[in-house]
Design a protein around this ligand. Structure first.
Ligand code: COA
Length: 262
């Protein structure tokens, strides 16, 4: 459901990594519907084409730049495309992520490295590349990174992603203080299990755990992509003007429910 006023993100330029599918697409689409010009980056051109077409069909403004967030030169080129096409950059959403279920004793060094490279190192590279234009933002620059509370409790079978996401929360807090003097706000969003995302499909549904996972959420159900997109809009909008260094948990009470009922 659209809950924010049309135009609340007018004149902002937002770059969304992993913005062609899943939560990244939901965020990009909602930002565009609320007036932002969006730049979506992802590895697969066919996903990018579909995403841009979807946003444009609904009346939004979007471009795509095929980018692997592990490649700094590609990330820099994507940021340059944003500034040269739309005249600046106001919001960066780091949503690109990779994950797979694998007990740690079976994980290869390259499997570990791949997930940490995408999830943690990719976040750093995107923040670094976006720093200069975000500093110039007339709306106070915003960075949002997608984390998970599973990174704080530990995440058996996903130790690589958990370690990377814990690193993201730490990176976000360091940058929140370092870059406050430039009026850049840096926050994380920690979603719980969200319906119809690749993460839930790979980690839970394909292993027959989707119903169990929904029951573990205090609210008793999986979330919707729009729940996460609305949290991102709030942080990107003037509603987030005094929020930095926060972790906005959008998980229906899942992580507290684990602890409370352990
Ligand atoms: N179980 C165990 N190891 C796995 C694996 C699995 N399911 N999937 C990949 N790996 C290992 C590979 O074997 C490889 O290690 P090796 O060279 O020692 O054999 C390593 O991970 C890299 O795999 P590769 O497929 O080359 O990497 P990639 O860059 O093409 O893909 C992934 C990255 C693996 C994270 C892939 O799942 C991906 O692209 N995911 C993006 C979408 C996603 O995961 N979304 C959910 C986010 S929550």
């Amino acid at each position: 459901m659209r809950i924010f006023a049309p135009g609340v993100l007018a004149d902002r330029v937002a770059l969304i990594t992993g913005g062609a599918t899943g939560l990244g697409y939901a965020i990009a689409h909602e930002f565009a519907m609320l007036g932002a010009k969006v730049v979506i980056i992802s590895r697969k051109q066919e996903n990018l084409d579909k995403a841009v077409a979807g946003i444009k069909a609904d009346g939004g403004t979007a471009i795509a730049v095929q980018t692997d967030v592990r490649q700094y030169d590609q990330v820099v080129a994507a940021v340059q495309a944003a500034t040269s096409t739309f005249g600046g950059l106001d919001i960066l959403v780091n949503s690109a992520a990779g994950n797979f279920y694998c007990p740690t004793e079976d994980m290869t060094p390259n499997g570990w490295r791949t997930v940490v490279d995408i999830d943690l190192n990719g976040n750093f590279l995107c923040c670094k590349a976006a720093f200069e234009p975000l500093k110039q933002s007339r709306f106070q620059g915003r960075i949002m990174m997608i984390a998970t509370s599973n990174s704080l409790t530990g995440w058996p079978g996903q130790s690589h992603a958990a370690a990377a996401k814990a690193g993201i929360i730490s990176l976000s807090r360091s940058l929140a203080v370092e870059w406050a003097k430039h009026n850049i706000h840096v926050n994380t969003i920690s979603p719980g299990p969200i319906k119809d995302t690749e993460g839930v499909t790979k980690i839970y549904a394909q292993r027959g755990l989707a119903d169990l996972q929904a029951r573990r959420v205090a609210l008793g159900r999986l979330g919707e992509s729009i729940d996460v997109a609305n949290a991102a809009v709030y942080l990107a909008s003037p509603g987030g003007n005094f929020i930095t260094g926060a972790d906005l948990i959008v998980d229906g009470g899942r992580w507290l429910n684990y602890i409370a009922n352990a």
